[in-house]
Design a protein around this ligand. Structure first.
Ligand code: GDP
Length: 365
């Protein structure tokens, strides 16, 4: 499964946020044994469409889809030079598919800050520079060898060396690899290096609990948003402490809590949905009287690939998919009505699944 890594400097609220994630995950009845690795937290992806489908189909049970966060503690300045356990943490980042960088946007004199002052942009730069240094190091290990091969007129080596030289320039200008436009061929050539700064990123601004209702006056937050805008990155605002408290509440209490704070949605739910989007994920549904269920797929996947998410046999024996859109189903009120209206489709092996598709797969066993 794809996973988003939670990173940040010490004392910004990562553990508090990760606790909220594991507590919320522990409440999710469908995934009781899912967290074997203590650094992985599994949460349900909130999706109102699932509630609506449950109303329409009235199944025996309803199963949301899940999402994984990985806690990556311990990044400090100098990590890329192997200071402390730094390098090990950087290698953990290599294993995640997207980065959620927690940034401290709360003032609290009781909680010290590693650099002695609260400056979110400084914090972001410290982390991002460590990732840039680590990527430069990967290139410096690779490039001399490639250049040697290129001198022997090895065409692949020449092509890779050319793009790596461009990547290196980008990094030397303190820009992440993701900011460099590459052709699909170039992307394929550098894929094996698994650059840290090529992973999609979002920023999690951790604000004080009493500031949640007054975000416009949080200067730290304003600056973080401005920085993120320049990078085309998203900022999710949370109060990690509030999330930790809220994570143990049932739906009704949680709703009350949110209303008291004047919020529509918890920060954690927003973070889950944003991280899901960041990874290019989408949801399709299966809806039968036994079970209504949401399934995660990667945008661009075909119908057989999506069938394979449920079971490999579904993919192997795939015949076709009966598809209707969630919107049509809700508008017309039942599967039968959708069929009657001629809005149910039979799709073949080439069909690219869409977010919100409600599907029955037909397959040979
Ligand atoms: P980590 O080192 O990044 O994992 O940070 P922690 O989650 O351990 O948090 C560091 C300290 O900041 C702890 O004492 C937390 O209770 C506190 N903290 C975290 N989030 C908030 C918050 O939203 N408001 C306030 N006031 N303190 C927070």
């Amino acid at each position: 499964a794809l996973t988003a890594g939670i990173v940040g400097l010490p004392n910004v609220g990562k553990s508090t946020l990760f606790n909220a994630i594991t507590k919320a995950g522990a409440l999710a009845a469908n995934y009781p044994f899912a967290t074997i690795d203590p650094n992985v937290g599994i949460v349900e992806v909130p999706d109102e469409r699932l509630d609506k489908l449950t109303e329409i189909v009235v199944p025996k049970k309803t199963v949301p889809t899940a999402f994984e966060f990985t806690d990556i503690a311990g990044i400090v300045k100098g990590a890329s030079q192997g200071e402390g356990l730094g390098n090990k943490f950087l290698s953990h980042i290599r294993e995640v598919d997207a980065i959620c960088q927690v940034v401290r946007a709360f003032d609290d004199d009781n909680i010290t800050h590693v650099s002695g002052k609260i400056d979110p942009l400084d914090d972001i730069e410290v982390i991002n520079m460590e990732l840039i240094f680590a990527d430069l190091e990967s290139i410096e290990r690779r490039l001399p060898r490639l250049e040697k091969m290129a001198r022997q007129k090895d065409a692949d080596a020449m092509a890779e060396a050319a793009i790596l030289t461009k990547v290196k320039e980008t990094l030397e200008n303190n820009q992440p690899v993701r900011s460099l436009e590459m052709t699909p061929e170039e992307k394929a050539l550098v894929k094996h290096l698994n650059f840290l700064t090529q992973k999609p990123i979002l920023y999690v601004a951790n604000v004080a609990e009493d500031e949640l209702m007054d975000l416009d006056n949080n200067e730290h937050l304003t600056r973080i948003k401005e920085y993120a805008r320049n990078e085309n990155a998203e900022v999710v605002v949370i109060s990690a402490r509030v999330e930790e408290e809220m994570a143990v509440l049932d739906d009704e209490d949680k709703q009350e809590f949110l209303e008291a704070l004047g919020l529509e949605e918890s920060g954690l739910d927003k973070l889950i949905r944003s991280a899901y989007d960041l990874l290019g994920l989408a949801t399709y549904f299966t809806a039968g009287v036994q079970e209504v269920r949401a399934w995660t797929f990667k945008k661009g996947m075909t119908a057989p690939e999506c069938a394979g998410i449920i079971h490999t046999d579904f993919q192997k024996g795939f015949i076709r998919a009966e598809v209707m859109s969630y919107d049509d189903l809700v508008e017309l009120g039942s599967e039968a009505a959708v069929k009657e209206a001629g809005k149910a489709r039979l799709e073949g092996k080439e069909y690219i699944m869409k977010d919100g598709d409600v599907v029955h797969f037909r397959f040979n066993v």
